[in-house]
Design a protein around this ligand. Sequence first.
Ligand code: MN
Ligand code: MN
Length: 296
Amino acid sequence: MDKETLKKYRKAGEIAAKARNFGEDLIKEGRSYCEIVDGTEKKIKDLGGKPAFPVNLSINDIGAHDTADVNEKRAAVEGLVKLDVGVHIDGYIGDTATTVPLNTDKEKLLKASKEALERALGMIRPGVKISKISSEIEGTIKSFGYKPIRNLTGHGLGKYDLHAKTKFPNVGTDLDYKLEKGDVFAIEPFATDGSGKVIESSRAMIFKWQKEVPVRSREGRKILRMSKNDFDKLPFSKRWLKDRISRLRLNMSLRELTDRNALYRYPVLKEVDGGDISQAEHTVIVDEKPEITTKI
Ligand code: MN
Ligand code: MN
């Protein structure tokens, strides 16, 4: 990895870590989703970064992809509150998440994902098979008496790319990939007291550019243009469009774009049996001496 690239990964990681810690402090009983999510995204920008995706705020049995909606009324009240923050500097990404226990006695579930992440990070070396680390994540979570979420995984990171290289599963697999020096991975164990799988719910507030297609409506064309030029083909939220697209047309335009596969949609993911979920995540650069960019 060249010096300039490394510098940008480090900066993105540092801002993501600071914004995550800032957001973590915002999570208090009764705080609205808007305050937490908007506050954390503002922090990213104030520190000189750009969100690599909308800040995710997923509580209890929601595993990922929840965030504040347009006209959001929800507040954080109790449970395992997961805050997932992504930052990029010129496309180089830092991705990190933490779980805050709010009026809940499920601290042990939180420890399971944290411990699994620490053990995984301790095994990062060039030449090590991802499958070996995935098995360690699975074993660690099971040793706490819980299950890893088998269909939520970590992932490689590349320039403007949240899914580079390969997945980084949280259960043992037959994946042959061996880590290489200079690889960047986000590792994110999810632990649950449910059955270990998430399913898509009907709601989605996060979208991403997918392909160029002819679009009939003016608003649809505008959103598609913004998804490329303003959001760099990275995930964006409906909330980011609310002041730029007429509210009346927003849902209709998003539906048109997803129906035509111009945009990819990220449904809110929930545990299939309603189990609670904890998550811990860091970004790491693979080396003989690996560098965790999102730890401060
Ligand atoms: Mn993340
Ligand atoms: Mn991630």
